[in-house]
Ligand binder design. Structure first.
Ligand SMILES: Cc1ncc(COP(=O)(O)O)c(C=O)c1O
Length: 458
């Protein structure tokens, strides 16, 4: 088929896919197509995002969404669940095999509800929990004061050192002093390998439950490019939509070690999901998770996971070569934190966005500014790697990022919240017509067209 025919064919496929929405709700149809175009013409470097396969999309768009199934396979509060039971069991068995655990719950609506359910299952209100501080890359649900996990429990955060590594000496002292009931290991912006074994040793000394939140690195664990927490943690939680490349959802797994510590742990977690904190499972998502887990259990996926890290390291090297400063000077996973100057994260985020490179502003260790106006940006390679990009493309992307960071190097936020907001709005308007940004955007689009979003990866 020649190129014009191929393009026409693709356009037809897309039109057919949304044909019903197009006729019933043209306004929404337009917005979906708009987002579809944005995704296909820009480089998605937000490390928690990815692109699912057509098979995952089909599962999510299936009739399974029509069914109520409160409870668990074989023990539901509703009739008519004979197919759903089999689907949920399939997802559970695939998760158990892939993560080498004896027990999995695939019902959490997402990563946050999964983490809350683990707290509910293990802790009583007022118990002490520990997690990496939000500003150091930890997640809200690991005890941040505005999260229910920080309100209900006595949360003691631990920190990273200037080089981005967990400050182990201080962590050891905190654990010994506070004797927490539960310790979280895992993060949303951490560029090093998690020291599961080392933390487990101290957790065991004080009898704490160690919970590994592998939301970001689940796909890397499956691919063997990050150590598995399975031998060390009692419980593992994850989202299913980041490096795992499935639908938006969550899972909770109990390890052999966890089941030995408390043989009732799996039942307690089940009860913490329903009736504890959720209602009926989202069966169409459960099916999407089952599909993604099958896709992940292949040599092609393991190759993908390795390539994600290789690409991140290539991108990190290119950024350093071009004079940018990274937290920890490198990355050991899929994620990079670039230091862009005090409070300048939003400026760089806006400029890169206009150039077609999507990133997010992020705090850095010892953040000198605030989380709303942080001093770093966070980048990751899961999505561009799914599109098939490799080291050559990472070098190009690194060059463009450095070029844009340099372009806005003299822009500085004024003091005061409303002055800052006004400044950023004006900056966006000013940069929209910048010729250098427009030129990078054109090049980005050309690159994206060479690596179109495909419908199958495996
Ligand atoms: C480490 C970690 N845990 C949990 C979550 C929460 O996931 P969700 O946004 O699906 O609730 C995230 C999301 O970014 C995360 O990075």
């Amino acid at each position: 088929m020649n190129t014009v025919k191929k393009q026409k064919n693709k356009a037809n496929v897309l039109r057919q896919r949304y044909a019903a929405i197009k006729s019933s709700d043209p306004e929404l149809y337009y917005l979906i197509r708009c987002e579809q175009k944005r995704q296909s013409d820009t480089l998605e470097l937000i490390p928690s995002e990815n692109i699912v396969s057509k098979a995952v999309l089909e599962a999510m768009g299936s009739v399974l969404t029509n069914k109520y199934s409160e409870g668990y396979p074989g023990a539901r509060y509703y009739g008519g669940n004979e197919c759903i039971d089999k689907i949920e069991t399939l997802a559970i068995e695939r998760a158990k095999k892939l993560f080498d655990v004896p027990y999995a719950n695939v019902q959490p609506y997402s990563g946050s509800p999964a983490n809350f359910a683990v707290c509910l299952a293990i802790c009583n209100p007022g118990d002490t929990i520990m997690g990496l501080h939000l500003f150091d890359g930890g997640h809200l649900t690991h005890g941040w004061k505005k999260s229910v996990t920080g309100k209900l429990y006595n949360s003691i955060p631990y920190h990273v050192k200037e080089n981005g590594e967990i400050d182990f000496t201080s962590l050891r002292n905190l654990i010994t002093k506070h004797k927490p009931r539960l310790i979280w290991v895992g993060a949303t912006a951490y560029t090093k390998a998690f020291p599961f074994k080392k933390i487990a040793k101290i957790a065991d000394e004080v009898g704490a439950y160690l919970v590994a939140d592998i939301a970001h690195i689940a796909g890397l664990v499956i691919s063997g490019v990050h150590e598995s927490p399975s031998p060390y943690a009692h419980v593992i939680t994850t989202t299913t939509h980041k490096t795992l490349r499935g639908p938006r959802g969550g899972m909770i797994m109990v390890t052999d070690k966890g089941a030995r510590k408390d043989p009732e742990l799996a039942n307690k977690i089940n009860a913490a999901i329903i009736p504890g904190s959720q209602g009926g499972p989202h069966n169409h998502i459960t099916a999407g998770i089952a599909v993604a887990l099958k896709e992940a259990d292949t040599p092609a996926f393991r190759k993908y996971g390795k390539k994600v890290v290789k690409n991140a390291q290539a991108l990190a090297s290119e950024l350093i070569k071009r004079g940018l400063s990274l937290v920890g000077d490198c990355t050991e996973n899929h994620l990079i934190l670039v230091k862009v100057g005090k409070g300048r994260g939003p400026i760089v985020e806006i400029a890169l966005d206009l150039a077609g490179i999507t990133v997010n502003k992020n705090t850095i260790p010892n953040e000198p500014s605030t989380p709303f106006y942080p001093s770093g940006i966070r980048l990751g390679t899961p999505s561009v790697t799914t599109r098939g990009m490799g080291v050559t493309e990472m070098k190009k992307i690194g060059k463009w990022i450095a070029q844009i960071v340099n372009l806005v190097r003299d822009e500085k936020l004024p003091p005061g919240k409303s002055a800052k907001e006004k400044f950023l709005k004006n900056l966006k308007t000013k940069l929209e017509t910048d010729t250098e940004i427009k030129q990078v955007r054109r090049q980005v689009k050309e690159l994206c067209q060479k690596f179109p979003i495909r419908e199958t990866f495996i």
